[in-house]
Write a protein that binds this ligand. Structure first.
Ligand code: URA
Length: 192
């Protein structure tokens, strides 16, 4: 079975079996999207209003900004795979609660195991905290981190970035995010 087929099967299973309370208020599950064969996986936080309506991750303003940054390094959305920690929109775009993140955790780990990317890019502190619970995004943004992740069964490379939605209208953070984002090709080269 191809990686795409495995992901499709996984999403059908978890859409049925996920017990997350957010399911009650969200319009639909927002599955990971993009190239299942990609070397890079981006992990965001949770779907927002646009994503809840459209059923795809990062299709609002933050997604547009992300696409622009990808273009800046010669890549397209179709080249990468992008997903969220939580697959259902939290009401009023509040932060996902720890138990909600926990409910979607097995789904995320299974996705990552199927794709087995060389590099995982965190979009914001929520996804970073899943793998680096004691780090601060302000300390580690733009730094290539390598860590053994028993659930993934391997040593994994990570690049933490500020969340594009947080940086969108904040001049200083926006500049930092673009600078950090531009480190992706070098990080991949280093890993390879
Ligand atoms: N922000 C996220 O973290 N994920 C999305 O899918 C959209 C906005």
């Amino acid at each position: 079975m191809s990686k795409r087929e495995q992901l499709d099967k996984l999403n059908i299973y978890w859409q049925e079996n996920c017990t997350c309370d957010l399911k009650k208020t969200a319009k639909q599950a927002v599955f990971g999207d993009g190239n299942a064969e990609s070397e890079i996986v981006f992990i965001g936080e949770a779907p927002g209003k646009k994503e809840d309506e459209g059923g795809k991750p990062f299709i609002g303003a933050a997604g547009k900004f992300l696409s622009e940054m990808l273009e800046g390094i010669g890549m397209k959305r179709e080249d990468i795979y992008i997903t969220n920690i939580v697959k259902y929109r939290p009401p009023d775009n509040r932060d996902p609660e720890p138990n909600e993140k926990e409910e979607c955790n097995e789904w995320l780990i299974a996705e990552l195991k199927i794709i087995s990317p060389k590099l995982i890019v965190f979009l914001g502190r929520h996804s970073m905290l899943r793998f680096f619970p004691t780090e601060k995004i302000s300390d580690v943004h733009g730094k290539l981190l390598i860590k053994s992740i028993p659930e993934l069964g391997k040593k994994q490379a990570f690049l933490p970035l500020y969340h594009p939605a947080a940086a969108l209208y904040n001049g200083g953070m926006r500049e930092t995010l673009i600078k950090d984002f531009n480190k992706i090709p070098k990080a991949l080269e280093k890993i390879n």
